[in-house]
Design a binder for this molecule. Sequence first.
Ligand code: ADP
Length: 630
Amino acid sequence: MMKTKQFKSESKKLMDMMINSIYTHKEIFLREIISNSSDAIDKLYFRSLTDSSVGIKADEFKIKIELDKENRTITVSDNGIGMTEEELDKNLGTIAKSGSFDFKEENEKAENVDIIGQFGVGFYSAFMVSDEVTVKTKAFGSDEAFCFNSKGADGYTISSCEKEDVGTTVIMHIKPDTDDEKYSEYLDQYRISALVKKYSDYIRHPIVMNFETKKPVEGKENEYEDVVELRTLNSMIPIWKRSKSELKDEDYNNFYKEKFMDYEDPIKVIHTSTEGTATYSALMFIPKHPPFDYYTKEFEKGLQLYSKGVLIMDKCAELLPDYFSFVKGLVDSEDLSLNISREMLQHDGQLKLIAKTLEKKIKNELEKMLKNEREKYEEFFKSFGIGLKFGCYNDYGMHADTLKDLLIFKSSNEGKYQTLKEYTEGMKEGQDTIYYACGETVERIELLPQCDAVKEKGYGILYLTENVDEFALMMLREYDGKKFMNVCDENLNLDTEDEKKELESENNAAKDMFEEMKKALGDSVNAIRFTNKLKNHPVCLTSEGGISLEMEKTLNSMPGAADNKVKAQLVLEISATHKLAEKLKELYGKDNETLGKYAKLLYGEACLIGGKPIENPAEHSALVCELMTK
Ligand code: ADP
């Protein structure tokens, strides 16, 4: 009488989890069973290289799937190395024989369910869809075959059985359908063929299945007959394992579009393989445009992770830094085990090493594109540049150095994009500062009075049109030893020593007048003064301290900023050479009321020019009308 053996205690728990796992993950059982078959074939194949008694030719190895709707079974057989009675007991009687699945009691429920979906736990996943599993196997070099049978957590039996050829056959009896779960779909040839395509397309050995189709009957129009043909379901050689020289752009593009569901070709393909400390092949793509959800919370970065051609994770976030989250693609590594939990993956040194080299590779490719395919790069930057700028700014500027040479900004050089390097290389003799100006659009920035003064000196200006721009530059602090300066910074000082002195004495002389004007403006501005930098423009707003007008706008528009508004320290600067300066001096002492009104008007003008909303538009408009009707 055959005795039912008990599973080892941890196996039992895992088995329970498996049986009750959530539905969406169940489909991976097929991947697991096929991978085992593939491994078993590999073993016998390697054996055949040195052992002539194997007697199977390389092209005879295969994995066969059979569906039996009537008996509700799906059978996967291989002509691999098989198992002895002892191996059968040891391998299938204990879960996680390979030791890589580290079963932890404390995080039994939620997390492990995820682990199953992401990584699978080998043979036992068959119980997610089956209520009975039978394994018939004959080991290479043995005359006897053995049968393992289990109906789940209760235990299993092993008995001897009939089996002619060496190899293993796994027969899964599919569970009955329930209201929520239609297990019958695993008996459908199209569903199974799609699952093989999805998870096991790149298994090196053919996965074959009899396919029922209809074919036209020869010589008879519109007549069809049922035929059964043996089809190979997997393509076997992954595109990333093929040599670059035999692949055309079209191959890459088609693969990308099909696999990553884009309707456009990628802007760049990065195909690389490495051997040595980390052995892997990677195929990465930079899309032309961001996916529709790219700038939403739902977007998940990551590369697909394969272990020897078998998909083990769909979006492995650890492989990409946030600032390269636009990269799509996959990595296939020999060094990773199939049964590895997400938690362990995070600490996996091998994976970190791969991520590091991939990051370098991506950066390198972007630099190459910037250098050799400028137009393409600019197109790329329009789609994803903002991510690179955030990369400079985030993590306290930790990655700023890595990314600084990938940034481009529109510039006063005909509005063309410039890198920081191009800007500094084009600097005039004696220029020691990188000037930038902020605004919503290039057109608006060009209207800033401060820009004229800088341009007149022959200095270039970088035009920052995105909120994050100025913050990114602040993180960089300097480039090539040159400091950055906002043209609207009060420290913008383009005067000669003599000019400085003259201005200082003028400002001193007008001190009381400015005090009088300030009374009208309250705490809107910190100070009022004359400046030389405006030439024909009458006024402008500059900021002292670290916060510019643009930064004030950005910071105050952030969520939660409402109760804690940031305020730039503003200075109202008035052109010392403008006719207006004389007019103000005339009014001072004689008609301080009008002087106060002028101060308000000038402040309003300066706000308008600087892109800052006027605090009291009605008052401003009333003052303008008063002036017009005088
Ligand atoms: P893993 O594949 O991670 O080792 P499994 O639970 O899937 O874990 O399988 C346990 C062991 O059972 C395998 O390592 C292998 O030795 C053996 N095995 C499973 N399926 C087969 C098969 N089709 N042919 C030969 N051996 C198999």
